[in-house]
Design a protein. Sequence first.
Length: 393
Amino acid sequence: MKRTIKDLVGLKGKVVLTRVDFNVPMDEGGKILDDTRIRNVIPTIKYLTERGARVVLLSHLGRPKKFDTKKSLYPVAIELMKLLECNVDFINAVIGTEVKRKIKDLKEGNVLLLENTRFYKEEDLCDMVFARELASYGDIFVNDAFGSAHRKNATGFALARVLPNAIGLLMEKEIANLSLAIKEPKRPFVAILGGAKVDTKIKVIEKFIEKADCLIIGGAMAYTFMVAKGEMVGISMIQEDKLEVAREILEKAEAKGKKILLPIDHVGISTSDRKEKIEKVDKLKGDLAGYDIGEKSIELFKNEIDNASQIFWNGPVGMFENPKFANGTRKIAEAVASSKAFTIVGGGDTVNAINTFKVADKIDFVSTGGGASMEFIEQGSLPCIDVIQQKII
């Protein structure tokens, strides 16, 4: 069992370098479009500040190659000022004399947010010199950034190798819920996987074949599996190089007596006569490309969802960001939300979907990690979790 912030004693006056995930969507003007990730770490920040810790927050935002004002965390600092009762300060650097001075002047129970860690190439390189310099400013390291825990970076992985450490309340919740879902699933256990590409989810599909009773596959990646079964998909997007893998997965599921459900009808676009025409069909033929599941598929999937005791969902079942193709994902979101099962939604676009369709508050556990959730399910842990000290019992 990993050490958590609840195991830390004597926090008063200590500088706690705290890795969080403030990689939030913003518009061109710097307005935060979804503050879910910020709100999720507030309990950890409050726990530390209420015990007199001097909290220094570290996070990345986007994938900048250099200093970029459009990727600054300053708007996040403004949001934190609204959400926290303590004083919140900001500095547009991560290391250096000014950062050291700011931290030295930081009072007990207050917060300092440092600039985007990815403004420094050393972050993604997991540079130990960079990490040791940053570590010299603090006393303890806390990691509450589950969404980036699958990446070996300087402020998540390397810092934990230098300082006494623990995980935050959000990370603790993520580990507990995802571990239980895989190690002790309630049955029947239904896994719903969507999205575009098969190759990013091969390992997690194989894991669910072992652990789940029924696997529902939607989204663009369903077309690769349909072709592997010998079905027509028109001109829908498929991954030719993954057809054999898809066949092997289907055969493995059949051998184990596990159910895999694929769409049985579709909402697609016909490009005949150079005019786009939306069609609802049972079979995708000719110049039709599928972009959503149809009503028959919704009912097929919903039947399994309604009878489940546990549901894990990652990936939309259609191109839901386009209102013309949002019906399938909306209906699945509503079915999962109204289910009596223990429900888990695994990060990324799926979180966006349940927020869009206003059912997030009816989901039992919403993971903050997209790729991190998937890798945790595959492997049972993540690099930035492995490096945290074990709790002394």
